[in-house]
Write a protein that binds this ligand. Structure first.
Ligand code: ASP
Length: 422
């Protein structure tokens, strides 16, 4: 009975949302600072353990999930409208990454804060052409083993896209083999997500230890950088929605006011749940009932968008990269900025549409130019706010692009929903 009760308690604990655990541990972190000061450093190994878990998972996670993601697109079913949606998803993500970088470089959210104990060795400067060339791995397995993020991403995309074509081959033998390979990648990706769940489960302790050590040494100096980071993300998202999405709608000949009247429900749902995938049923219902979009289009583009199109996440990742560079006192070169933007877009493609998935994928963006992962537990404390905001942006992006393309191909019924009302 006693053991049974304990197991039940553990089960209840595991079901409890991770984000509340963060909050709890953070408060504990603050108290330990007040009581223990710099002596709290004894718990540092717990924080280091969390960082090692993050590093352990990142390369296999990128490889398996990106192969699976790119192999999931059926090239024969895409059609012109589907093709265009994917192209615009990628373009808007790059615009988002550029907005994030620009705001980051203007505001420098981490300026003035030094992360204790993090020594940083800047890499050798390389020119832009060399940087781009170095993205193509001469030895893909070497790239994976040596923690080279972008070359690994590029190779994963090659494997995934080739697999997507082979899955629709006319040769039955090839098709079956490709299908089996696809299922293996599917299973391996699930295994990776399972490990991520474990890492997220232990994250609150690692974050607590890390925060306690940092706050113990630096006091509350982090408060201003936090505020700057949140403010920068709000500004980035406002620009992405107010300028980029509104611009796309206007170019497509859609009335933005009517669009946003319909979109507000999925936007609020995304904000509250912090999950694009969780919001999907709401987004799809609104596309059908309020925006009158053809089901053949949205049933493909919205689930795809919830997985690969995360503009808010791209803004967040680039901002955090500048934040990290500020903290270690480093100026990113032009080539590195391009690398960060590309890595952020790829990481946003690879991130699952789940709460705080982007926090783990920060490893990809930071790893692409050798920025310290110690920033991740530092951000975790405020990730709940950043996540709500970016998820709202992510969902709005999917719906905007889908609506604009639907208009272009005559796939909207203007007698329905918001279009019919004045
Ligand atoms: N929570 C985000 C989403 O579901 C992903 C992320 O963490 O960036 O869209």
């Amino acid at each position: 009975m006693y053991v049974g009760a304990r197991i039940e308690l553990l089960g209840r604990y595991l079901e409890f949302p991770v984000i509340y655990k963060y909050r709890h541990r953070l408060r504990a972190g603050d108290n330990s600072w007040a009581g223990g000061g710099a002596g709290i450093v004894v718990i540092k190994p717990l924080g280091d353990l969390f960082l090692r878990f993050l590093k352990m998972i990142v390369m296999p996670l990128i490889f398996f999930t990106l192969v699976l993601g790119s192999a999931s697109i059926d090239p024969k079913k895409l059609g012109k409208a589907g093709d265009l949606v994917i192209v615009i998803y990628v373009i808007t993500s790059f615009i988002a990454a550029t907005i994030g970088l620009s705001i980051g470089l203007a505001v420098h959210p981490g300026a003035g804060f030094k992360l204790p104990g993090v020594t940083y060795k800047p890499p050798k400067p390389v020119n832009f052409i060399q940087t781009m060339l170095s993205w193509i791995p001469t030895n893909p397995f070497g790239a994976l083993a040596e923690f080279k993020v972008i070359p690994t991403i590029i190779f994963a995309l090659f494997v995934g896209i080739s697999l997507a074509y082979l899955r629709t081959s006319n040769d039955e033998r090839v098709r079956e083999a490709a299908e089996t390979t696809y299922k293996v990648f599917d299973a391996l990706s699930e295994v990776m997500y399972r490990i991520v769940r474990f890492v997220l489960e232990v994250a609150p302790y690692g974050v607590f230890a890390h925060m306690a050590v940092v706050i113990g040494k630096t006091g509350v100096a982090l408060f201003i950088p936090y505020l700057k980071l949140i403010g920068s993300e709000v500004l980035g998202i406002a620009l992405q929605i107010g300028l980029v999405y509104t611009g796309i709608l206007l170019i497509a000949g859609i009335n933005p006011a009517k669009f946003f009247r319909a979109a507000v429900e999925p936007m609020v749902t995304a904000f509250v749940t912090g999950s694009s995938s969780g919001t999907l049923p709401v987004t799809m219902r609104i596309a059908e009932e309020k925006l009158g979009i053809d089901r053949g289009l949205y049933s493909f583009t919205l689930p795809l968008g919830a997985t690969i199109n995360m503009d808010g996440t791209a803004i967040y990742m680039t901002l955090v990269a500048v934040f990290a560079a500020d903290i270690v006192g480093r100026t990113l070169s032009f080539g590195e900025l391009v690398t960060v933007a590309t890595a952020a877009v790829m990481a946003s493609v690879g991130a699952a549409g789940a709460p705080s998935a982007g926090l783990i994928m920060l490893t990809v963006t930071l790893g692409s130019v050798g920025l310290p992962f110690e920033v991740i537990p530092l951000i975790a404390g405020i990730d709940v706010i950043l996540d709500m905001l970016r998820t709202m942006n992510n969902v709005t992006g999917d719906l905007t692009v889908t609506t604009a393309i639907a208009k272009k191909y005559g796939l909207i019924d203007f007698s329905k929903g918001v279009w019919a009302s004045s």
